[in-house]
Design a protein around this ligand. Structure first.
Ligand SMILES: [Zn+2]
Length: 358
């Protein structure tokens, strides 16, 4: 039985999200969440999913959302980020079905100071829900991992109560992921807080599941956002197995993977580390830094290969009057970026055991 026997193509919400994540658990694969900043990067992510016959997650960060709407829009009250995230989600909804793959539309890390962005997206979800019976987005992420644990959980619960009736999933973060992401710098935190404890996972699970089962947890197991030279922090994805066992024991259930885990800061992880994470119920892995590099490298390689044709509108090694339009047309050089990004996403899909699963 393939995934399309379980869920439809296009943007999924509510029960279909639950079905997709359970299917991923059963078949030990994860879905990469690709950070997108434009229709070009959205299309590249969808094309990679189509090529690999895989489900995919399109994810908009706070800054990426503002960029999607355009740099001319003032973002002092999060207007540009709200507008851009909503426009991005609507764009994904407009084209996703044509690619023939299941898609989740998700918003990335939202720290405390960015909550007006979160509220704005939920307003759009509620409006969409009134008209269509489902939220605009499949899911959102709240990152209050920098706040005290109780405040983190309480705030998430408050939002969960607003999201659950629409069938919109909440991803939360506990413990501290090292590194720097979208302006939040965790490069100097102490080592102990880089590993979440099973008691914390149970605290979250037991309280959230009284509201809904549509939530996922990004736990810290030594992961670092972005790409850095190897440091003192070691990745311990096997800790996720301990969390699952702890929750299973508390619930007295046969389900050995009751928790949907999310892998942040996975750039540069080894294949073995990823396999361990998949085995212990990671259903989503964020991919950003590596696809940014791929998008740039696609353009860089294109330029280096065609340098002599990219110095002026007319005139190249074939003659002083030869036109260069077919090299500087954005459809050509942006396409080179897209193709490199597609190749990198296909690699991520393969690593996440997410190939030909439809
Ligand atoms: Zn994170």
């Amino acid at each position: 039985m393939g995934l399309l026997d379980v869920v439809p193509t296009g943007v999924l919400t509510g029960d279909n999200v639950r079905k997709l994540l359970n299917y991923a658990h059963e078949n030990k694969f994860a879905i990469p969440a690709i950070n997108c900043t434009s229709t070009s990067t959205v299309n590249a992510a969808l094309e990679a999913a189509k090529k690999n016959q895989s489900p995919i997650i399109i994810q908009f960060s706070n800054g990426g959302s503002a960029f999607f709407a355009g740099k001319a829009i003032d973002n002092k009250n999060q207007e540009a980020s709200i507008l851009g995230a909503v426009a991005g989600a609507q764009y994904v909804r407009a084209v996703a079905k044509a690619y023939g793959v299941p898609v989740l539309v998700h918003s990335d890390h939202c720290a405390k100071k960015l909550l007006p962005w979160f509220d704005g997206m939920l307003d759009a979800d509620e409006k969409y829900f009134k008209a269509h019976g489902e939220p605009l987005f499949s899911s959102h992420m709240l990152d209050l991992s920098e706040e005290p644990v109780e405040e983190n959980i309480e705030t998430c619960l408050k939002y969960l109560q607003r999201m659950a009736p629409m069938g919109c999933l909440l991803e939360m973060e506990i413990g501290i992921t090292g590194g720097e992401e979208d302006g939040v710098d965790n490069t100097s935190v102490d080592n102990a807080s880089l590993y979440t404890q099973p008691e914390d996972i149970w605290e979250i699970y037991s309280r959230f599941s009284k509201v809904t089962d549509l939530f996922s947890i990004a736990a810290a197991f030594g992961n670092v956002h972005g790409v850095y030279a190897p440091g003192n922090v070691k990745l311990h994805p096997e800790l996720l197995g301990k969390h699952q066992a702890y929750v299973q024991e508390k619930l007295k259930t046969d389900d050995n993977k009751p928790v949907y885990f999310v892998f942040h800061g996975g750039s540069g992880s080894s294949r073995q580390e990823i396999d361990t994470a998949l085995k212990h119920g990671v259903v989503k892995m964020n991919v950003d830094t590596d696809t940014q590099w791929a998008y740039w490298k696609g353009l860089k390689d294109f330029y280096e290969k065609n340098k002599d044709y990219l110095q002026s509108q007319v005139g190249n090694p074939e003659g002083p009057n030869k036109p260069n339009k077919k090299y500087y047309d954005p459809r050509v050089f942006i396409r080179a970026s897209e193709q490199a990004m597609i190749d990198r996403i296909v690699d991520a899909l393969d690593w996440l055991n997410n190939k030909n699963v439809l």
